[in-house]
Design a protein around this ligand. Structure first.
Ligand code: CO
Length: 212
């Protein structure tokens, strides 16, 4: 389907009118301050739009997306969003949402060079090497990609838990739970990996930071 930019603008007008008809106060409420309880780190992939796949309204999820849903310690864009989510919005949940059939994951499994993105997915190639044995035991390339997708989500959950912004928040007594989920593009279903971090005590001893 080829949708022209002017079609998108026309669709927007129809959508806004339908929302107003359904709930006359909807946009007035949103035009105040956003107060989402969720911070979502997802992939840039066009098939995984955060609010749409969990069927929730705009205003409910603060979203950061990049290729392969990475929560890097040196990514100023991500760190800015994380600090705002934790310290200003005071979200209660952080969701790392990976997805199967991810181009970034597939690229990291291969040896082909892809340009700038090779720098971005460097940590995924390191992760692939760290878990080489597990990935070699996979039944085919698709299963290996699924496994690396899940390993990546768990790694990003830990990255966020180890982040000084989260550690300081937990030490102040703020309640924030980090969840690892994976979305299957093929059937539209989100899977909870049951991999969570919810307090400073629960993180690896070697990564703990103290205030003094
Ligand atoms: Co992706």
């Amino acid at each position: 389907m080829s949708v022209k930019p002017e079609d998108l603008l026309a669709r927007n007008r129809r959508w806004a009118a339908a929302r107003r008809a359904e709930d006359p106060e909807f946009f007035r409420r949103l035009s105040g301050q956003q107060a989402p309880k969720y911070f979502w780190i997802g992939c840039s992939d066009s098939r995984v739009p955060a609010t749409q796949i969990v069927d929730i309204d705009p205003g409910e999820i603060f979203v950061h997306r990049n290729v392969a849903n990475l929560a890097g310690h040196t990514d100023l864009n991500f760190l800015s969003a994380l600090q705002f989510a934790v310290e200003v919005l005071r979200v209660e949940h952080v969701v790392v949402c990976g997805h199967y059939s991810c181009g970034g994951i597939q690229a990291a499994l291969g040896a082909r060079s892809n340009g700038i993105v090779d720098h971005w997915i460097r940590s995924l190639r390191d992760l692939r090497e760290k878990h080489r044995k597990i990935l070699e035991g996979a039944n085919g390339r698709e299963e290996a990609a699924d496994l690396l997708t899940e390993l990546n989500v768990r790694t990003q959950v830990d990255n966020i838990a180890y982040n000084p912004i989260l550690q300081a928040a937990w030490q102040r007594g703020q309640r924030i739970e980090i969840h690892g989920w994976v979305y299957r593009v093929r059937d539209g279903i989100l899977h909870d990996l049951d991999y969570r971090r919810s307090d400073h005590e629960g993180i690896d001893e070697s990564q703990k930071l103290s205030a003094d």
